[in-house]
Design a protein around this ligand. Structure first.
Ligand SMILES: [Zn+2]
Length: 316
């Protein structure tokens, strides 16, 4: 009986999930916390190849969602934040060798001012022959910590310089540090990007909001097989929507499939706990003082099928 139930449950979750990954630096051992060695990158690329994963342009995945078609399970998109020089020097040759497309997110001020560690406009232009180029802000601010007017100004400035230097408009935006909230999202959206990327661990399905695309970070040595196990838990968040004003997380409320009877809840600083689900409703009273100004609330049936919410204290 238990076995049949398990089968039934796993069938229920059998919706297609594409994975989007984010890299930063390549072959740059001076910055190990954001680096992927070339040996590791090659290992990951070989893994994709051997296991029949198809590395596609992120815009291809977004196109599927916009057409309301399911996203193939074996599709993977690779993104790179900050446009570091080490991508151009070390990473790009390998992407070219494997013929893997990518999306590169430009930190405009660093390139514009010629910071040594970052790609030049000419290098970005050259990279655009092999991948897609998007925007990663002008000054790389914590967008939730500055006024909405300054969010707008930063985006406008970076958008204009990007277009002037590269000769085309950026079609997508990746939040610096993956930090955002509903108000920030609204401002960024008003620039008519086709899609926006966060940095919440999770996957892309037919139902994904293209203005809130999850990305899984790949830094250092990673267990790719595990990262590829992530799936989206179909959950409708009711509470919390934002960081609570007094820092007290009163409750977590969400709607999931009524077939789920029990779920795991994670809160930054508090770890995982088991929660009972009644008729598809998760409604837990917590009254927890959040320990971090940047906290995650995650729901999962098995640590891999997840719904992930980031809430950030507004210092304005
Ligand atoms: Zn960044």
């Amino acid at each position: 009986m238990k076995y049949i139930l398990l089968l039934f449950i796993s069938y229920y979750y059998l919706s297609a999930n594409a994975h989007v990954f984010v890299y930063h630096r390549f072959g740059d051992t001076k910055h190990s916390s954001t680096n992927t060695t070339l040996k590791e990158l090659k290992k990951e690329f070989d893994y994709f190849k051997k296991n029949n994963y198809k590395v596609v342009k992120l815009s291809q995945i977004v196109e599927k969602i916009k057409q309301n078609k399911s996203v193939p399970d074996n599709w993977v998109a690779l993104t790179i934040d900050d446009s570091y020089k080490s991508f151009y020097k070390n990473g790009l040759p390998l992407f070219k060798e494997y013929n893997y497309p990518f999306s590169l997110y430009v930190y405009v001020k660093a390139t514009q001012k010629g910071y040594g560690d970052f790609m030049t406009w000419d290098e970005i232009k050259d990279a655009s022959k092999y991948g897609e180029i998007g925007l990663h802000s002008y000054s790389h601010p914590h967008l939730t910590q500055i006024s909405l007017e300054n969010v707008r100004k930063d985006t406008k400035k970076s958008f204009e310089i990007f277009e002037e230097k590269l000769g085309f408009k950026p079609k997508s935006y990746a939040y610096p540090y993956g930090e955002y909230n509903e108000k920030v999202k609204k401002v960024i959206k008003s620039f008519n990007f086709k899609y926006i990327l966060n940095q919440n661990t999770g996957t892309i399905t037919k139902k994904t909001d293209v203005y809130d695309i999850n990305r899984i970070a790949l830094v250092g040595k990673v267990n790719l097989e595990q990262k590829l196990k992530y799936k989206t838990l179909d959950a409708q968040w009711i509470e919390p929507k934002e960081y609570p004003q007094n820092g007290i997380l009163k409750k977590v409320k969400a709607k999931v499939s009524p077939k789920i009877k029990q779920i795991k809840l994670y809160i930054t600083g508090y770890g995982w706990q088991d929660i009972k689900v009644n008729n598809g409703i998760i409604d837990v009273n917590l009254n927890l003082k959040l320990k971090k100004s940047r906290s995650r609330v995650i729901l999962s049936t098995d640590y891999f099928t997840i719904a992930n919410k980031i809430i950030i204290q507004d210092k304005k």
